[in-house]
Design a protein around this ligand. Structure first.
Ligand code: NCD
Length: 296
């Protein structure tokens, strides 16, 4: 049994194994109901979620798990129970506990009696989303090595980008980063990336799609801003038909969703749009992650 908390030190062979297992899960979506039918998965989300929580439930139920949904606003948290006690108690009721929490590095202070999965810790990481991203890319291109990425948006607060970069560091890829002023990744995050990978990352001041295979778009994480919230920051990187007119025909656009104005709905009907497939891939990928955690 292992936890799934970060991709920072995750090795390529483990990611490749998960991608291969996710393909197996996708091909056997309806045949695996017996695999974990004595197990229970609980979700404790202290921040809103649509895709992550429900696709974890769907993944778990496809594998035969029963599921428990802890809702903080209707719990003893309202009576002042500490988060440490809550996690401890929940871990006695399930075999796998999936947690989303607004605090960065939340899991470093947590003790738990069952398998723990990070479903997003503040602005830090969202490791299961990054495996979904890689699975989506691998399915579309049949490879990851050799691809050219442009990652745009809130690279400071967007946890999906952080986990994605940790994962991509294992592959022979080139990464261009474009972000509005003030939303560059923190130095403390960049310091965690190897020098070898940093040499393959460049910051660009122009959204040029002409040589890009994967465009990974993210929203501005307005809820992370302290004090007066700025507005419409994403106007500086809205994906327009003009920008897309330079794209290669193989370009795939990914977005962890939810989206704001940066990704207009009219892109949905273009062959580049890949974000709904990406969201759907959440189920087989999370099945593979649950299986990996429990088997190991
Ligand atoms: C992301 C998250 O929660 O970090 N959502 C998701 O899980 N797909 C991205 C976001 O909220 O912008």
């Amino acid at each position: 049994m292992v936890n799934f908390l970060s991709l920072q030190r995750f090795e390529r062979k483990e990611i490749d194994y998960l991608l291969q297992q996710a393909a197996f899960m996708e091909n056997n979506l309806y045949n695996l109901k017996e695999r974990y039918n004595s197990k229970i998965l609980a979700a404790a989300f202290f921040e809103p979620s649509t895709r992550t929580k429900l696709s974890f439930f769907a993944a778990a139920q496809r594998l035969g798990f029963s599921t428990l949904d802890y809702l903080p606003e209707f719990s003893s948290q309202k009576k002042g129970e500490s988060i440490e006690d809550t996690i401890k108690i929940l871990s006695g009721y399930c075999d796998v506990l999936v947690v989303r929490h607004p605090k960065n590095n939340f899991f470093s202070d947590i003790s738990c009696d069952c398998t723990l999965i990070n479903a997003g810790d503040g602005t830090n990481e969202h490791p299961t989303q990054a495996i979904i991203d890689l699975y989506t890319i691998k399915k579309a291109f049949s490879k990851i090595d050799g691809l050219n990425f442009l990652i745009v948006g809130d690279l400071k607060n967007g946890r999906t980008v952080h986990s994605l970069l940790f994962a991509l560091a294992n592959y022979d890829v080139y990464v261009n980063l474009f972000c509005p002023k003030g939303l560059s990744p923190d130095k403390s995050f960049l310091d965690k990336l190897s020098n070898d990978f940093l040499k393959r990352i460049s910051f660009t001041s122009k959204m040029d799609l002409s040589n890009i295979d994967v465009l990974y778009v993210t929203r501005v994480q307005y809820e992370r801003f302290k004090g007066k919230k700025p507005k419409n920051i994403e106007n500086s990187y809205v994906l327009t038909p003009e920008l897309l007119s330079k794209a290669k025909k193989e370009l795939k656009i990914l977005h962890p969703l939810p989206r704001l104005k940066e990704l207009p709905q009219k892109i949905d009907s273009t062959p580049y749009a890949h974000y709904f497939q990406q969201a759907r891939n959440g189920v087989p990928v999370r099945m593979a992650i649950l299986d990996y955690c429990l088997k190991k």
